[in-house]
Design a protein around this ligand. Structure first.
Ligand code: ZN
Length: 481
């Protein structure tokens, strides 16, 4: 097949600009590299793998075990270790050579999390209002008895700067940056998250630099169920937490009317150092075993949910990639490496350990794929790669068109965290691009559970991972750099 999606897009845009192609023969064709890289047999195999994924519940069964039975998998926990051993054993059953590669992790000990408004405009005498709060990882705990202070609300860092030390010192700063649900509705959830999450990452250090006694950020996501979202933040000398989006709005409205005082108790602390594991499983290449294609997700999760969408689903579809290739008795030319990363959430030390331990073979990495945006309907892929590589993959887009996952959008930075150092070293880095309509409603909350995953959509994600992963491992020409 010589006319792909790209050709159709160009064809339609020619019409829309009023320029008619002279004949069908003038339609643009695939790049020569794409045509050479995808012989017809490979195109047929990609269709078969896609269809097999759409009728396979392997990933869902794996995800059910990881989330319902093993449960939350915070780094350094018994569940994270059990999950690593479980995934390793399952991959061995599929004929992969599997190693558990040590990753330094830091346990954390979640303590008391409580907040209440103790003074506010219109308060009924003798009453208080509970606020839903969770601790962020990097910040310092409050005393057991908590702290009480006046609140100052800002919408962004500029407002904080303008207030200055005089108005911030001794206060609890509440960052009320609003997550842009319209962007998420347009398939740009990652961009919306990026804009909001910087306050979670750096809010407490910024507030501390102006003498604040604590920092609370609005949860970076939709406020659907008054759930605060936990997560990583930079180390700061003051207590820091996230309040639910609803409570950030509540505090902001009250503070606009008058004085608000808040009592806050957050005693979560970093615990002892420990060792976790990346699971690294190789399906050895039949012709070029030294050339590596990574398919991956991260196995660790936050403690509050069971890590179904973040990111048990990514691990499950990476596992299913190996399962489908095994079941269809295919033997790709290059090594397909399934990785279940450890410690993405807390410090991303799993990726650092990998690039250190595999430094000698990084130049042999053909590409790396990670899925870490949940399991909703995929639109295609975000990719940090060259335009030549993008054009070379047009037949993959064709293979994913029937399930609506044919987009391949170039992005300037690695689309996913664990493969970022590889992307920085020139390895093409791809992330499955889910529509993300609800991902940031649930992730990092107690509501990240299996029921949020729609089995049919998980199958589409598995189809994306196996079609792209197998194509990269089997293409006649390796992916252009
Ligand atoms: Zn994640």
């Amino acid at each position: 097949m010589r006319t792909g999606i790209l050709s159709l897009v160009v064809f339609i845009s020619l019409f829309s600009f009023g320029q008619k192609p002279k004949s069908w023969a003038d339609l643009p064709v695939e790049s020569e590299l794409a045509a050479r890289s995808f012989p017809s047999q490979l195109r047929t195999q990609l269709g078969k793998l896609r269809d097999a994924a759409m009728s396979d519940d392997y990933a869902y069964q794996q995800l059910e075990h990881l989330t319902d039975s093993i449960g939350p998998r915070p780094s350094g926990s018994a569940q994270a270790d059990a999950a690593a051993h479980y995934v390793a054993d399952e991959l061995r059953k599929l004929g992969l050579e599997v190693k558990l590669e040590p990753v330094p992790v830091r346990r954390f000990v979640r303590g008391t999390e409580a907040a209440e408004l103790v003074e506010y405009p219109g308060q009924v005498p003798g009453t208080k209002q509970k606020v839903f709060v969770t601790a962020l990882l990097g910040n310092s705990p409050t005393p057991e008895a908590g702290i009480t202070a006046d609140v100052v609300v800002v919408n962004n860092f500029d407002e904080l700067k303008q207030l200055g030390r005089d108005k911030v010192s001794g206060k609890v700063v509440v960052f009320n940056e609003i997550y842009d649900g319209n962007k998420a509705a347009a398939g740009q959830a990652g961009a919306a998250y990026g804009e909001a999450v910087k306050y979670r990452a750096a809010g407490a250090t910024a507030a501390a630099s102006l003498g604040a006694v604590a920092s609370l950020v609005r949860s970076a996501g939709d406020g659907a169920f008054r759930l605060p979202h936990t997560g990583w933040s930079a180390d700061a000398p003051i207590p820091g937490g996230a309040v639910s989006a609803e409570d950030a709005g509540l505090i902001a409205r009250l503070a606009a009317k008058g004085k608000v005082r808040l009592h806050l108790t957050l005693t979560t602390q970093k615990g002892p150092e420990a060792v976790g594991y990346n699971v690294v499983g190789d399906l050895k290449g039949s012709e070029h075993p030294e050339q590596v294609v990574i398919v991956s997700g991260h196995l660790d999760s936050w403690d509050v949910g069971t890590g179904a969408i973040d990111d048990g689903a990514g691990v499950a579809v990476a596992m299913e990639t190996a399962e489908l290739i095994h079941r269809l008795n295919l033997h790709p030319k290059r090594t397909l490496r399934v990785i279940a990363w450890m410690n993405e959430e807390m410090a991303a030390t799993g990726r650092d350990a990998y690039v250190k331990d595999h430094a000698a073979e990084i130049t042999n990495h053909v590409a790396a794929i990670e899925s870490d945006l949940g399991a909703e309907h995929p639109l295609g892929f975000h990719a940090k790669m060259s335009e030549a590589a993008q054009k070379q993959l047009a037949p993959v887009q064709d293979a994913l068109l029937p399930i609506g996952a044919s987009l391949l959008m170039l992005v300037p930075a690695s689309p996913e965290t664990d493969i970022e150092p590889l992307g920085d070293k020139g390895v093409p880095a791809l992330g499955i691009w889910q529509n993300g309509l609800k991902y940031f409603t649930y992730h990092h909350t107690p509501a990240d559970t299996l029921d949020k995953v729609v089995p049919e959509e998980l199958k589409e994600n598995a189809a994306c991972m196996v079609v792209m992963g197998y194509a990269l491992a089997e293409m006649t020409e390796p992916l252009a750099k």
